[in-house]
Design a protein around this ligand. Sequence first.
Ligand code: T46
Length: 137
Amino acid sequence: MMSLIKLIDLPDLGDDRGGLVAIESNQSVPFEVKRLYYIFNTTDRPRGFHAHIELKQLAICLKGSCRFILDDGKSKEEILLDTPLQGLYIDGVVWREMHDFSEDCVLLVLASEHFSEADYIRDYQDFLKAVQNENRI
Ligand code: T46
């Protein structure tokens, strides 16, 4: 069974002056980047609790750490993101939750599409129906 956790090693161009990572569309990230957003000043409240229909994303913890839970309706896996040198690639209809943000967490997300609320499935039962329908096709 394929793991839900797909980590991408990002090009590490750091040297003795400091770190540097360069990410290019369709190269180190496997899609055309149309949008990016970042999450910071986090609290102890978890985030996410939704799936996407079409969107592909790469989540990179630039500073601090946070824990992702991914769920495809059959199994759940989790991963602690704590390095700017790796991104978590999320594609397909996958329920995601983000927990345990460190106080200094800065989470950058690269996205394959412009923002569309219509692409979100925010109800877990609707998500289960969507993945069941997908598996029937
Ligand atoms: C995801 C996880 C990893 C916008 O208007 N534009 C945007 O680009 C984004 C990302 C959000 N919004 C609006 C939608 C909501 O009204 O900002 C509000 C907060 O977003 P949300 O509650 O969806 O945020 P998170 O942290 O729960 O989820 C976010 C992304 O929305 C989502 O795509 O996969 O991070």
